[in-house]
Ligand binder design. Structure first.
Ligand SMILES: NC(=O)c1ccc[n+]([C@@H]2O[C@H](COP(=O)([O-])OP(=O)(O)OC[C@H]3O[C@@H](n4cnc5c(N)ncnc54)[C@H](OP(=O)(O)O)[C@@H]3O)[C@@H](O)[C@H]2O)c1
Length: 247
């Protein structure tokens, strides 16, 4: 696909689900991808598979809650491939719960990963983009960035925040830096594993996690935004399963 071949794309949360699919798909289209997450064994396997298919990929252990780690991750892309063109803020978790269950540690964790992790990504990649006056952020939110219901209160709050951050950043950065938000509906991944209440997890799976999108559908949306000419900034893409009407 024009506009992707040769680009250096760093992806947080690339060890499973949507991040893994983005890495595989963009590498298949000729991007040089840099995968980050905490589960190094997963990253190793994905990088080996991409390489075996003729793609270019490297990985680095990454915890997005650690500012220095994220800085080192963005710099690693430049060390490995000489530049950084796209930074995908994808890492996230979704431990749904009712507020009056007071799962305060889970609220903190979601804010740390889903919101502060994205801000860390911006702080790490923006100076690189500004120095070369080009680059693109792709921030993965959720349909929960515009929808909230019982048990998604804090999760949706983190995604509403990332939507606000993305739109503010888009307006603040120079004319040649692009900001894209991709909001997936329910998608095949390990995300529901982060719900700690077994009954709620079962309910969420039965009510919302049917008719799931394949993670590759989100990867294709990212590829569309990245492939556009430099003067076209695809600001938002919302992707839902056709059969999913509830969210
Ligand atoms: N699947 C859906 O239905 C859906 C819908 C809307 C939006 N999303 C969003 O899509 C994004 C990806 O989630 P997914 O659905 O692909 O779920 P997933 O399979 O659970 O993937 C989540 C990724 O985030 C990483 N991660 C978690 N904490 C991290 C940390 N502290 N530092 C670095 N990486 C971390 C995980 O890697 P490690 O555990 O190896 O660190 C993993 O690679 C999330 O932002 C999620 O909110 C998903």
């Amino acid at each position: 696909m024009d506009g992707i071949k040769g680009k250096v794309v760093a992806i947080t949360g690339a060890s499973s689900g949507i991040g893994e699919a983005i890495a595989r798909h963009l590498a298949g289209l000729g991007a040089r991808v840099v995968l980050g997450a905490r589960r190094v064994d997963n990253l190793k396997g994905i990088v080996a598979a991409i390489s075996a298919d003729g793609g270019q990929a490297v990985y680095k252990k990454l915890d997005v809650t650690d500012t220095e780690d994220v800085l080192a991750f963005a710099n690693y892309a430049v060390e490995q491939y000489g530049t950084l063109d796209v930074f995908v803020n994808n890492a996230g978790l979704m431990p749904l719960s009712m507020v009056n269950n007071y799962k305060v540690a889970e609220w903190h964790r979601m804010i740390d990963v889903n919101v502060k992790g994205v801000l860390h990504g911006i702080a790490a990649a923006l100076p690189i983009f500004e120095a070369k006056d080009s680059g693109q952020f792709v921030n993965i939110t959720s349909v929960g960035d515009r929808w909230v219901g019982p048990t998604s209160t804090v999760y949706s709050a983190t995604k509403f925040a990332v939507r606000a951050i993305s739109d503010g950043l888009r307006q603040e950065v120079s004319g040649n830096i692009r900001v894209t938000l991709v909001a997936p509906g329910p998608t095949e991944s390990e995300l529901a594993e982060t719900i700690s209440d077994p009954a709620l997890k079962q309910l969420a799976i039965e009510k919302f996690r049917t008719d799931l999108l394949p993670a590759a559908a989100i990867a294709r949306a990212v590829a569309y935004a990245v492939s556009q000419p430099a003067d076209v900034d695809v600001n938002e893409i919302v992707v839902r399963p056709t059969a999913q009407k509830a969210l």
